[in-house]
Design a protein around this ligand. Sequence first.
Ligand SMILES: NC(=O)c1ccc[n+]([C@@H]2O[C@H](COP(=O)([O-])OP(=O)(O)OC[C@H]3O[C@@H](n4cnc5c(N)ncnc54)[C@H](OP(=O)(O)O)[C@@H]3O)[C@@H](O)[C@H]2O)c1
Length: 327
Amino acid sequence: MTRVHAVRVHETGGPEVLRDEEIDLGEPGAGEALVRHTVIGLNYTDVHFRTGRYPLREFPHVIGMEAAGVVEAVGDGVTTVAPGDRVAYASETPRAYSEATVMPVTRLVKVPEAIDDETAAAVILKGLTAQYLIRSAYEIEAGETILVQAAAGGVGQIMCQWAHHLGVTVIGTVSSDEKAEIARQNGCDHPIVYTREDVPARVLELTGGAKLPVVYDGVGGDTFEDSLKCVRRRGMLVSYGTAGGKIPPLDLFRLNLMGSLYVTSAGLADYIHDRTELEQRAAEVFGMVSKGIVRVHVNQRYKLSDVATAHRDLEARRTSGSSIILP
Ligand SMILES: NC(=O)c1ccc[n+]([C@@H]2O[C@H](COP(=O)([O-])OP(=O)(O)OC[C@H]3O[C@@H](n4cnc5c(N)ncnc54)[C@H](OP(=O)(O)O)[C@@H]3O)[C@@H](O)[C@H]2O)c1
């Protein structure tokens, strides 16, 4: 039996429900591995599990979706990883706020030598998200102009850099001038400070009235309506998050009136469920990082025992780029 420190919630609520506790992990069963975490990634998704917007199957529950570490033991029948392997994961179910976890090996990817643990933990989930958004949910092409909401955030920064590299002009929204500068340094050609500027009006201006083939919106809430207004005839709104609040109900016929628009509400799990797809996407993400095309900025570091502070900072929009948690 492996005993570890983990942060669990016994009920949903504010950051105060995050409890640092000791738990028994058990041993890895068939098809599982015990992974000792070296670095854990912080994601807005963690806030959603804590507050109850995303449901947890049972309580108490460890939360956290992303980590890097070393395989310590494997269960029966495991041949794809061995003790000592460096691995990372974007989990389907929350588990990462812990010194270690036991999980299915089908969710683990090996970390290339050129990538350190901190980078791996900061990029595996966010990088896979950026990858499927711009390569699959709507595949961007050189010469296009796109809008990325919350462009200075974890996923946002990676999308801006990657899209810019592909020859796409990136318009991005941010809440402050400081974040506008951060977004600009990450390939966002036209940052819009959406706390004071009219986003649809600026997009019309920047595109000479043409609007956009795609808008990526991980903010939701009030932003959703502005996002719709920025999409051109037969273009697509890719909604992938609700950091700014619940998405309001949408009357489908409005999409017809606004120019036969497409809307998708996309989730990473559906783009990496298949093992081959996970491996291909992860290889592409690690490749972009190894080549220095995507630079992963770890701008905030927290101790696992102080993860409540990380949640407070994320919710107060005080973070930029990626944040990590050290077990
Ligand atoms: N569907 C998927 O597959 C998937 C996968 C990963 C993440 N996500 C989602 O993608 C989004 C970004 O995730 P992330 O982890 O990279 O977070 P993040 O972008 O680093 O942080 C969230 C950002 O959202 C902006 N924001 C706007 N309104 C906000 C509000 N009322 N409260 C807090 N923040 C607000 C803030 O940027 P400004 O200060 O510039 O406004 C904030 O920094 C989240 O909604 C997350 O749940 C979805």
